[in-house]
Design a binder for this molecule. Sequence first.
Ligand code: HEC
Ligand code: HEC
Ligand code: HEC
Ligand code: HEC
Ligand code: HEC
Ligand code: HEC
Ligand code: HEC
Ligand code: HEC
Ligand code: HEC
Ligand code: HEC
Length: 285
Amino acid sequence: MRSTQLLTLVLAGVVAAAVPAAAQKTDGGQPVTLETCATCHDDVAAAFVAGPHGRAMAKVSKEILARACATCHGPAAAHVDDPSPENITKQPGPEACTACHADRAGGLELNMPAHPRNGVQCLDCHTPGHGDPGTGHMLKKPVNELCASCHQLEAAEFRRPYAHREGAQKPFDCTACHDPHGESRRGRLTLLHNGGVCIECHTATAGPFVYPHPSREVNGCVSCHEPHGSMNPQLLKRHSVMNLCLECHADVPALHDLSQARYRACQTCHVAVHGSNRDPRLLAE
Ligand code: HEC
Ligand code: HEC
Ligand code: HEC
Ligand code: HEC
Ligand code: HEC
Ligand code: HEC
Ligand code: HEC
Ligand code: HEC
Ligand code: HEC
Ligand code: HEC
């Protein structure tokens, strides 16, 4: 199908429903709709309508699709009356996205405040929708490549001997634990409290325990585990379990004769490393 044909079909329901804002009318009083733009930019408009953003908008409301071009590139009326590249916004800023996605902007602040604070915005991660990058959700790159483009260190940690991987190789998506801007608040901060995102999958470690270890509000799972990958089995922060324990328990009771191998294998007696319901000394599950 030629792009102009496709456009005509899709736009059939669009123009009638369009409700223009005053600032988005031309001198002649015409609303600046997608179809207005399409009279001169038919290929660009057709590709947008057929692309992921156009389809997602149309699913919600044809009216939203109709005012999309002017919302991102506005104010557009002057340009329609006097077409020239000088009187149109070529590279819209984040406010263009926020006009329709205030909720996502709020989610960005809530989940990963470091992103907006450092100027990381919608278009650093997403394309505007002029084409289909084929990544899902209009991401500029597949999700792990996208995050790795700025977070090489964390991405590299997934190549350590012990890491969250599916099968032998493919690492978990970063979004398995970090939500960039949803309502879950699990971008960063809540990862650390009460077991955070970890206990969504590792329910057995979740408790609640009569005797939690240590009180999880304080440090969470990452006081003992490396979330992205580790040189040590079970993603532990230290090679030997004993060294891990002694970092916080330098003053173990005297009965522990650490010159004996038997006492160095702490978890053989303190089996309930994540918490116990029966024994405050974690000697039973
Ligand atoms: C009457 C014809 C006409 C209409 C209607 C029109 N444009 Fe344009 N537009 C042009 C021309 C001509 C240019 C300059 C093209 C060039 O220099 O390559 C242009 C340039 C642009 C540019 C800058 C492109 C660049 O690479 O510099 C953008 C963005 C743009 N138009 C968006 C829109 C949008 C959005 C609408 C609808 C609100 C619209 N145009 C409506 C004729 C039109
Ligand atoms: C979600 C915001 C958004 C919407 C909606 C949008 N654009 Fe764009 N447009 C952009 C951005 C950002 C660029 C800069 C180039 C890029 O990142 O792809 C751009 C680039 C352009 C360009 C110049 C580059 C090119 O592809 O030739 C034109 C012309 C254009 N847009 C026209 C339109 C028209 C017409 C519509 C409606 C069908 C539209 N845009 C809808 C954000 C948007
Ligand atoms: C004119 C309103 C409007 C503007 C402006 C707009 N969007 Fe959207 N967008 C929508 C609607 C409606 C949907 C579908 C419902 C949803 O997912 O929220 C959508 C969906 C999306 C999706 C999901 C697409 C998918 O395949 O799952 C992404 C990503 C997106 N928008 C990013 C952006 C970005 C980035 C900008 C700014 C450059 C932007 N939007 C500007 C209305 C808009
Ligand atoms: C740090 C990168 C990043 C930034 C910044 C970002 N996003 Fe996203 N966005 C993503 C990822 C990754 C997904 C896919 C989420 C998933 O798979 O769980 C997504 C999904 C979406 C979706 C569709 C899924 C949903 O949540 O309904 C929309 C809509 C969206 N983003 C809009 C926006 C808007 C608007 C902004 C700016 C306010 C923005 N995004 C900023 C990475 C980002
Ligand atoms: C354009 C670059 C860029 C991209 C893409 C990006 N980030 Fe970031 N991210 C940053 C910067 C800059 C910071 C703040 C400084 C730092 O911690 O490195 C940050 C901080 C973070 C933080 C700490 C959050 C906080 O509020 O303390 C997390 C977690 C994070 N990013 C995860 C991700 C994930 C997951 C993705 C992919 C969906 C991603 N980032 C994509 C640049 C980026
Ligand atoms: C298994 C869950 C999980 C996965 C998967 C995951 N992370 Fe994390 N990430 C965490 C946790 C938990 C923290 C908090 C660690 C801390 O503060 O000690 C964190 C912290 C971060 C930080 C902040 C680091 C800092 O020191 O400020 C960045 C950036 C980050 N992750 C990026 C990524 C990227 C990129 C990916 C994908 C390659 C990813 N994460 C995958 C759980 C995960
Ligand atoms: C999306 C689900 C999911 C999330 C979230 C998750 N994990 Fe995992 N985790 C898994 C799976 C699946 C395995 C592999 C289990 C296996 O091999 O039996 C695993 C393995 C582990 C292992 C190694 C177990 C072993 O026997 O070697 C540890 C330790 C671990 N996860 C800790 C964590 C921590 C800490 C967090 C939070 C930072 C976390 N996980 C978040 C699913 C998850
Ligand atoms: C005080 C240190 C410590 C804390 C805190 C901790 N772990 Fe562990 N975890 C360990 C040790 C030590 C092992 C290895 C036990 C062994 O070898 O028998 C382990 C093993 C595991 C395993 C693999 C064996 C199993 O029990 O399934 C998973 C999964 C795991 N931890 C997840 C978590 C999660 C999720 C959290 C947060 C809710 C967490 N851990 C908090 C020390 C800790
Ligand atoms: C990140 C610090 C940390 C690490 C690592 C750690 N613990 Fe603890 N542990 C604590 C805290 C905090 C308490 C609670 C102490 C209190 O309430 O006085 C505790 C309590 C205990 C208790 C209950 C007795 C008591 O003092 O209340 C035992 C037994 C114990 N830990 C053994 C271990 C063993 C075995 C390991 C290694 C697998 C280990 N701990 C690793 C911080 C840690
Ligand atoms: C052979 C079994 C065994 C091994 C191995 C062992 N413990 Fe213990 N641990 C005990 C017993 C039994 C108690 C209770 C002593 C008491 O109540 O007087 C105890 C008590 C403790 C306590 C104090 C509990 C309290 O009530 O104050 C801590 C902390 C502790 N162990 C840490 C460790 C660490 C760290 C290791 C590894 C270096 C370790 N244990 C290895 C048997 C063991």
